[in-house]
Write a protein that binds this ligand. Structure first.
Ligand SMILES: Nc1ncnc2c1ncn2[C@@H]1O[C@H](COP(=O)(O)OP(=O)(O)OP(=O)(O)O)[C@@H](O)[C@H]1O
Length: 234
């Protein structure tokens, strides 16, 4: 289970004069337990969704309070947390490091598949299972944004993380690939936590939390929270 215990996150920002610094609070005293398998965060631009997600695998550290993911503290258990929590970024280019999709997925499989040939076969099979067989050996730079996003997801899932965190995963996807991603996420066995402006994706969650200015302003079943979001925040 994911738990945030009175978590606050403050950063130093240049003040209006440009000569000094002031403190800005990005997250305010968040106290949450997230046992649900499908959790979604929605909220306006800059409301703090990505910042909150980044706490879950140690990419950001709270200035107050504590985060706990299945008993691990991302602030102190860095490497274990990063194996436990897979993170899919909005921009797949920031996480695809190898020249081709198959090599990127192979990189994820290096711990579980020592034999090179078996590793390549497994990587190709995983890509094929996501409809990416035809682009498996193509240059990463020649893929469309949507294809890159699906490759990034495949590479993260290849590590078999217990928790999958996705930051706006459908931004680059066309309708077909968006629907494919919705179906893919719905079928995953692991806990998924997503931040999204795609209300169709949020609607698939068991629990939706609405963020505003670093606070949770609504929390519950998707029908009520998304109705609140569209009524009050749009
Ligand atoms: N390291 C930082 N220093 C200063 N401000 C930051 C830092 N990181 C994030 N912010 C600010 O915190 C706010 C929340 O950012 P965040 O990326 O979490 O929002 P978001 O809800 O994910 O927005 P979007 O929907 O646009 O992706 C933004 O105003 C951003 O500029």
């Amino acid at each position: 289970m994911i738990r945030l215990e009175h978590v606050a996150l403050r950063v130093g920002v240049p003040d209006a004069s440009g000569r000094g610094w002031s403190t800005r609070t990005l997250l305010h005293d968040l106290h949450l337990e997230l046992p649900e398998r499908r959790v979604a965060f929605v909220g306006s631009n800059g409301s703090g969704k990505s910042t909150l997600l980044r706490l879950l695998n140690g990419l950001a550290t709270p200035t107050e309070g504590r985060v706990c993911v299945d008993g691990l503290d991302p602030a102190t258990d860095g490497p274990r947390v990063r194996r436990h929590v897979g993170f899919v970024f909005t921009d797949p280019a920031s996480q695809l490091v190898m020249p081709t999709p198959v090599e990127d997925v192979e990189l994820s499989l290096r711990r579980t598949h020592r034999d090179r040939r078996a590793r390549r076969e497994a990587a190709l099979a995983l890509l094929a299972s996501r409809g990416l067989a035809d682009v498996a050996e193509q240059s990463i730079y020649d893929l469309s944004g949507g294809e890159r996003q699906l490759v990034a997801l495949t590479a993260v899932l290849a590590v078999e993380p217990a928790v999958l965190v996705l930051d706006e995963p459908t931004t680059l996807l066309d309708l077909r690939n968006r629907n494919l991603l919705h179906r893919t996420l719905a079928e995953l066995p692991q806990q998924t936590v997503v931040a999204t402006h795609d209300l169709g994706l949020a609607g698939q969650a068991e629990r939706v939390l609405v963020m505003d200015a670093g606070r949770i302003v609504a929390d519950g079943a998707p029908t009520e929270t998304l109705a609140f979001y569209e009524r009050v925040m749009a």
